[in-house]
Design a protein around this ligand. Structure first.
Ligand SMILES: Nc1ncnc2c1ncn2[C@@H]1O[C@H](COP(=O)(O)OP(=O)(O)OP(=O)(O)O)[C@@H](O)[C@H]1O
Length: 238
């Protein structure tokens, strides 16, 4: 098992954003995390990547207890994360952005892997261009995923990376992610609002509502589940 969460709760003062959540992620799995606005998806991602501290429960990754492990050490053991809003490092080229990310995640340089990532993300022709000013939105998102891949993850967490792309852009992007999964053997854990994309891509879907995990199963099972339908329609029957 790659990641295991055992009764994890994250609270902000009196507000319980993630409540008693347990699940596991296996090697190479493609897993979607969905739920209405405010359900706790980002907070759960933050807890796994080290940006939020659980008040209860236990998380392990590849046998390492994650309690008290800082963000950079989580990257070293194989937890990679790409954000919704791309954050290229200013005044660095595309290639330099990848090199810095690789150092952060692995502590050494591997130019061959950088070339592979440039090829996979179709950014090779822009490798020596300024990352902050010369990339279109899709390319910025591709670089965000490339940076996460450069840290050498065993599990890649994707936080609404498709937001803002139109249908064809989403399809092309999902293809890139699938190529990454096959070429680098990573598991994908993705927060995504687009249910169609989740249904077409994920083997398994987790649904959060008011911080609680209300469903965990195949997309077919989960999106037929009356409680899931109710969570999306605010209590009305769909
Ligand atoms: N740093 C924080 N301090 C206080 N409350 C927070 C904090 N971060 C999140 N929350 C609250 O925790 C709850 C869950 O928020 P979270 O952003 O995790 O939900 P989400 O499912 O990612 O929502 P969305 O789909 O809108 O991004 C919300 O009620 C939110 O207001």
């Amino acid at each position: 098992m790659l990641l295991t969460l055992d009764h994890v709760t994250v609270a902000f003062g009196g507000l319980v954003a993630v409540s008693d959540v347990s699940f596991s992620v296996s090697e190479h799995e493609v897993l979607g995390l969905v739920g209405p606005n405010g359900a706790g998806k980002t907070t759960l991602f933050n807890a796994i990547s080290g940006l939020a501290r659980p008040s209860k429960g236990k998380m392990t990754f590849c046998g390492h207890d994650l309690t008290g492990i800082p963000i950079h050490k989580r990257a070293r053991i194989g937890i990679g994360r790409a954000f919704q809003v791309p954050q290229p490092m200013h005044e660095l080229t595309v290639r330099e952005n990848l090199i810095v990310a690789q150092h952060f995640g692995t502590g050494h340089s591997n130019p061959g892997k950088i070339d592979e990532i440039l090829d996979l993300t179709r950014l090779g022709h822009k490798a020596n261009r300024d990352a902050a000013s010369s990339l279109a939105l899709t390319e910025q998102k591709a670089l965000e995923v490339g940076k996460a891949l450069a840290t050498n993850p065993r599990m890649l967490m994707l936080d609404e990376v498709l937001a803002g792309l139109e249908t064809n852009g989403k399809r092309a992007f999902m293809q890139t992610l699938d190529d990454a999964r096959q070429r680098f053997g990573v598991a994908l854990l993705m927060v995504e609002h687009d249910i169609e994309t989740i249904s077409n891509t994920c083997q398994r879907v987790l649904v959060l509502n008011f911080g609680k995990l209300i469903a965990d199963g195949s997309p077919e099972e989960v999106f037929r589940n009356p409680e899931v339908i109710r969570s999306y329609t605010g209590g009305e029957t769909a």
